[in-house]
Ligand binder design. Structure first.
Ligand code: BF8
Length: 648
């Protein structure tokens, strides 16, 4: 049987897809061949919010009636906008509920009610406390942390006023939001209001629905996600560059393999701690294993990779394949992006699939609920289960050899320090290199894998094209892992793939041309970095003035839409690949793609071809450079005496 090279650009992935086929194990790749996307649903021309429908309104129906409407008279524009809004709300809810769990654990930790957690980054604790207006004078760490935990939790249920972190955005951005009436009040309120407004017979003006969509998305980027990132940094340390390794080759034939998959870094942090337990180490030896090998999958992988250098087994489309190696004793899943198909795959092997969140069970999986008050005990219990399962391997184990070294962990604080130095940490050198043209601009390349497009191809093609044209790339989520596997997250990649200007800067500072900034919630780090560049001066007064753009070439999740929407409405031109969920309505698409530029100075675009997408981003970056008057390389002028006198 010929290998299917259209499924992925990653040969480890292709090898394991072949193994699955030979052993007749169903995976997302085989299911995708059998199930094709619904052509009506793909453009969102379908309304199923009441029991009089579903009303299916494909474009082909246009000829038969004057206007495409549902039975209640809702226009296609209302229907498409409602569907879009609900997707964004689901994405915001996901990130924010993650944030709530982290905030609750943070507060319990501050009060001394958790096991295995502590406040690690005290400097950041003080910085965040000050952001929240807390007076830190004369207070100890515990007092500040308790006050901060209580204040942060209030952000979720706030009914009036503004989210605290809105104040972190450039003033000009806040003014745009104020003028449009889209500043979020409380995180939960904005999600609830979308669900209400999109109920049958409520908000039926697509532009009005999209205003609330913006308010909700901003409650993610400048709310839930930002809160997650900041509190996780305080509890687990702000990332600094670390070496790590990535791809399925990180699994070990002669060790107990445990894969942590999901998003909240709470249990994974304690699993890292538990692997050092001497009792568990000797138990592993007793069952014949050479050690305990913890590896990550999806965003949990990003979290433990950038804080501890724990190896990363892969991104979204590789989750089932990790089990198909036959070498995984146990996989933990908490929340988000975990396929239910994992359960069937695990049943074909000896792998134990463990659900750990009180909000997410998978039928047939073992449920061991994680609670922070007994966190370390739970982590040890899970490790013990994995170790005891090691002798039960029953299949031919095949672990691909592919493994790639990476350098990860470029938080905003680290970039600041690396560029400016310990004593005058600053974005000045970055801004200067953009102004002098060595760096053409900045791009955020983020988001998922999508089985409807070749695994990792969009991420790598787009990213390579950007760095070749001297655009520095910041990356998170599954995009970051794709870049890692392709060898773009090491300093040597600059010489190999980057244009001459970017390469020169990267070599001088010793950084890769693609900077790994973390998990999907850490896209908030990109907002903070962009704001820091504006505040540093010389590149305009607002995020929208920066020569910058964003992309999610292989997106699939509702969280990606939430992220994209807060990028756009924070002033960043953002291009999505694979498919676009408003194509059913010309008016909604026109509004998001063009009229948004007037409103927010940032707009959406859809371009499935990654090379074309890269060039749309570069064209936007060049447009911004021109507006700033930095589009021409300035010749160095040597002043003679007369010229100097005329200056005087
Ligand atoms: O939050 S990039 S597939 S793993 S949704 Fe999911 Fe998409 Fe991956 Fe992380 Ni983000």
């Amino acid at each position: 049987m010929d290998k299917d090279y259209t499924a992925s650009i990653d040969s480890a992935t292709i090898d394991l897809i072949e193994k699955a086929k030979k052993e007749e194990i169903e995976t997302i790749f085989s299911r995708a061949e059998e199930i094709k996307p619904c052509p009506i649903g793909v453009e969102e021309s379908c309304c199923k919010i009441c029991a009089m429908g579903p009303c299916r309104l494909p474009r082909s129906k246009r000829e038969s009636r004057k206007e495409r409407t549902g039975v209640c008279g809702a226009t296609i524009d209302t229907i498409v906008a409602r569907n879009f809004a609900r997707k964004v709300a689901a994405g915001v809810a996901a990130h924010s509920d993650h944030a709530r769990e982290v905030a609750e654990t943070f507060l319990k930790t501050a009060r001394g009610e958790t096991q295995g957690f502590s406040i690690k980054d005290e400097l950041k604790l003080i910085a965040v406390a000050l952001d929240f207006g807390i007076n830190v004078d004369g207070k100890d760490t515990k007092e500040i942390a308790i006050e901060l935990g209580e204040r942060v939790l209030e952000e979720f249920g706030k009914q009036k006023g503004e989210l605290t972190y809105i104040k972190k955005a450039p003033v000009s951005r806040q003014e745009i939001w104020k003028r449009l009436g889209v500043i979020p009040r409380g995180i939960d309120r904005e999600v609830v209001e979308i669900m209400h407004r999109t109920h049958m017979g409520v908000d039926q003006d697509y532009k009005h629905i999209l205003l609330q969509t913006t308010r909700c998305a901003l409650a993610d980027g400048w709310g839930g996600s930002m809160i997650s990132t900041e509190l996780q940094d305080i509890m687990f340390n702000t990332p600094v560059p670390v070496m790590g390794s990535i791809n399925l080759g990180v699994l070990k034939e002669d060790e107990v393999n445990i894969v942590v998959h999901g998003h909240e870094p709470l249990l994974p942090e304690l699993l890292v701690l538990a692997t050092k337990d001497p009792e568990l180490k000797s138990l592993a030896e007793k069952v014949g294993a050479k050690g305990i090998n913890l590896a990550g999958m999806c965003c949990s992988a990003n979290e433990v990779l950038m804080r501890h250098g724990i190896p990363c087994a892969g991104n979204f489309l590789q989750q089932e394949l990790a089990i198909i190696t036959g070498a995984v004793e146990l996989m933990t899943v908490d929340i988000q992006c975990e396929m239910q198909g994992l359960k069937n795959v695990a049943e074909c092997f000896h792998t134990k699939l463990i659900t750990t969140s009180d909000r997410a069970k998978i039928e047939g999986a073992i449920h061991i609920e994680f609670h922070p008050d007994k966190g370390l005990d739970t982590a040890k219990k899970i490790l013990r289960l994995a170790i005891e399962n090691y002798p039960n391997r029953r299949h031919n184990v095949y672990i691909p050899s592919q493994i790639q070294e990476t350098v990860v962990g470029f938080s905003h604080e680290t970039i600041n320090y690396l560029l400016g130095g310990l004593f005058r940490a600053s974005y000045r050198p970055l801004n200067d290199n953009i102004i002098n043209g060595r760096i053409r601009g900045i791009a955020g390349v983020v988001g998922c894998n999508n089985v409807r497009t070749t695994h990792d191809l969009g991420h790598i093609t787009l990213t390579k094209e950007l760095i070749k044209h001297d655009v520095l790339v910041l990356t998170t989520g599954c995009a970051a892992m794709a870049c890692g596997k392709a060898g773009l997250l090491v300093p040597e990649a600059a010489k190999k793939y980057a244009g001459p200007g970017l390469s020169e800067v990267c070599e001088a500072v010793g950084i890769p041309p693609v900077l790994h900034m973390g998990a999907c919630v850490d896209n908030s780090r990109i907002l903070i970095a962009a704001t820091a560049m504006v505040k540093e001066g010389g590149l305009g007064n607002d995020i929208s003035d920066l020569p910058a753009a964003g992309a999610a070439p292989e997106w699939m999740s509702e969280k990606a839409l939430a992220i994209g929407h807060y990028f756009v409405t924070s002033g960043i031109f953002t291009v999505f690949g694979t498919t676009w969920p408003t194509l059913g309505s010309d008016k909604v698409t026109e509004h998001l793609f063009h009229e948004f530029e007037e409103m927010y100075k940032g707009m959406w675009a859809y371009e499935p071809d990654p090379i074309k997408a890269a060039h749309r981003m570069i064209a936007h970056i060049d447009k911004k450079r021109k507006a700033l008057g930095i589009d021409k390389t300035k010749e160095r002028v040597l002043f003679d005496m007369d010229m100097r006198r005329s200056l005087g």
